[in-house]
Design a protein around this ligand. Sequence first.
Ligand SMILES: *Cc1c(COP(=O)(O)O)cnc(C)c1O
Ligand code: SF4
Length: 333
Amino acid sequence: MIPSSSGGEAAAGWKHSLRQAWRDPVALLSAIGLETLAGSLDRASPFPFLVTREFAARMQPGNPRDPLLRQVLPTLTERRQVEGFGADPVGDQASRRNPAMLHKYHGRVLLITTAACPIHCRYCFRRDYDYASDRLSQGRLEHIRDSIAADPSIAEVILSGGDPLTLGDQRLRRITDILRPIPHIRRLRIHSRMPVTLPSRIDAGLIDWLASLPWQQVMVIHANHAREFDREVAESLDRLRRAGVWVFNQAVLLAGVNDQEDALVELMETSFAHGAAPYYLHLLDRVAGSAEFEVDAARARELLCAMRVRLPGFLVPRLVREQAGAAYKVPLL
Ligand SMILES: *Cc1c(COP(=O)(O)O)cnc(C)c1O
Ligand code: SF4
């Protein structure tokens, strides 16, 4: 195999930025003038604090209810045991045919490429996922290739995680090289928060890799609030779109972050203005520790109706809930 030469120096840029991410919540709080919140922190959470400098720079100093800060700050309220909130709310364990691969829906398989993320979102449904036993090793990758090759119904491979773009270009190439000979794959989809949390990840090396692939490509990013977008994010999405990648945004409906009509309308308008069309608006998956973010279904439907009144049809997201055992993500309205 010819080693990729496009990684190297170029890749060092984003890797360096990733290493600079905030890992001490108290340090971030003092940088944004919110030391007073330190008392509410859960310092011993097994899902540690992590946020990139780039994302944190979009927080409003002095605002204890900042919607970006709220998504990442580990607080003691996460320890509350709430009925109905558990470890595997979406039934992922049941759809693991292969380690590191989920085959839940017709025609699509989802690969757990890595456990790493550039940011730890407190409401994440994968926060308790058993990644250690589910890593995408070379042996497992060969196994996955064989089972995709044996099932002609699979037209789409989704790289997920964690965040697949925390992997270097060479690692990504190894994954797609092994899948390349399978004739029935039509699309590669990437689920990543990187264009939003670390826009420099969408660099020339990554674009070279995408350009080398034989399939249509889809990137589904994840932003929950209009203020997550800025000029750098727009530029990263522009690089993807110019490379022919279809870009969509999925969001989670989160209390205290985006559960207001204006915030949602602004999110949909802003994400489109920056190059990502709205895809899903998810109801929270009821993972243990995330109860404070829940918005009930009735309120969610109300918000969707309000968006329909104010937005063109193509900016209205599909409001869905994941139901264990269902054949698709179930629309609420
Ligand atoms: C969400 C998800 C998909 C993709 O579903 P779409 O409705 O096509 O976006 C595929 N596999 C798994 C396991 C999922 O959770
Ligand atoms: S998988 Fe996505 S939602 Fe979960 S912590 Fe990582 S970036 Fe956040």
